[in-house]
Design a protein around this ligand. Structure first.
Ligand code: ZN
Length: 355
């Protein structure tokens, strides 16, 4: 552990609690200049001040001594946020939360290594003549996915060692974010704040997978469209689905939805892109969706089950059951207070709750 606190961790802790410097100073009953100087690394806080920070921000003291690298948002988030015009306060909290969650995963990985059957490779779409679809096919092949629908996207990602984490983004404007930094496997953050349908979750994960595979170098101005194309081909390979996308109507779309586990709207878009329906036919189907209220919510009886991540839970369970960690021990290695550890990682059912 460092001897002095890491000023960056003070910023991260504060932003993860959605506080401004002024609010933190008020809560600690100190001048804002004091907080500002601590965060700028200009002032080494006294023991008493560190204690105050820890109490006010609800992190154990060790949190402030972490020397992990804080990463900025990747390019996918840059484009998401441009599209969705998120307030700075929301972005700051999201940024802090993503970094903190990554620290947790890195710490858990120290004693519970992931035994992945497959792996992630970044590809440059320029090497494929711009065919995002070829890259999506290659990933399906890398991961030995059989032809037809992807049975479980979350499972496919996790079997390649990717970690899927549900967390509250504090906004409903973004469904998912992903990041891949060198110290950690790719992480897929799913917004627990939205009541997402199973088909939308799958599409979002496949979209983020597209960013992870294609846009590690940053990518160009079309990265959102590329990620969507990647997701479409990954979930609905053109060569396999094309013949079923003729003469579409709602009952046919409903049964295709059940088979491919994608939304009816995604199927219509796919059909249009594969040129099995005309633009007029696409428009007509979308009018029918609107009239039935399906643009907002497709009928419940057609819902696709919501996939649940298991890898992170397995890592926690391995610590609890095989390594004998208590919830307090786990809180300690993750630099969380025990209550917050339970909130974030024990789903009320885990053995830890009783232990
Ligand atoms: Zn995106």
């Amino acid at each position: 552990m460092r001897e002095e606190i890491n000023a960056e961790m003070v910023i991260l802790a504060r932003e993860s609690r959605g506080m401004t410097q002024a609010a933190l100073a008020r809560a600690m009953n100190v001048q804002q200049g004091t907080v500002s100087k601590i965060e700028a690394g200009l002032q080494n806080p006294s023991e008493e001040m560190i204690e105050k920070l820890a109490r006010t921000l609800r992190y154990p003291r060790a949190f402030f001594y972490q020397d992990d690298r804080v990463h900025g948002f990747g390019s996918s988030v840059f484009y998401h946020r441009k599209r969705q015009s998120l307030p700075q306060s929301v972005l700051r909290k999201l940024h802090a939360d993503m970094n903190i969650r990554r620290f947790h995963i890195e710490r858990l990985l120290r004693s519970a290594a992931i035994e992945a059957s497959f792996s992630f490779h970044a590809y440059d779409v320029a090497d494929f003549g711009g065919s995002v679809e070829d890259v999506a096919q290659l990933v399906r092949a890398d991961w030995k996915l059989p032809p037809g629908p992807v049975r479980n996207v979350t499972e496919a990602i996790e079997s390649a060692g990717g970690v899927v984490v549900r967390c509250d983004f504090g906004t409903r404007k973004i469904d998912a974010i992903s990041e891949w930094v060198s110290t950690c496997p790719p992480i897929f953050f799913i917004n627990a704040n939205t009541a997402i349908t199973g088909d939308r979750l799958r599409f979002n994960l496949a979209h983020e997978l597209g960013h992870i595979i294609l846009h590690q170098g940053g990518g160009g101005p079309n990265i959102e469209e590329e990620a969507d194309r990647f997701a479409s081909e990954f979930l609905m390979p053109g060569a396999e689905i094309k013949t079923s996308l003729h003469r579409l109507n709602i009952p046919k779309l409903a049964s295709l939805k059940q088979y491919w586990k994608v939304s009816m709207q995604a199927l219509v878009m796919r059909a249009y892109r594969l040129k099995t329906i005309t633009e007029a036919q696409m428009r007509y189907l979308f009018i029918q969706f609107s009239q039935a209220g399906y643009r907002m919510r497709e009928p419940e009886e057609l819902d696709i089950p919501v996939e649940k991540p298991t890898l992170l839970k397995m890592m926690i369970d391995a610590h609890a059951n095989e390594l004998g960690y208590s919830a307090a021990d786990l809180g300690r290695i993750l630099n969380l207070e025990e209550d917050e550890f339970r909130d974030l990682y024990t789903e009320r059912s885990l053995r830890l709750l009783r232990g």
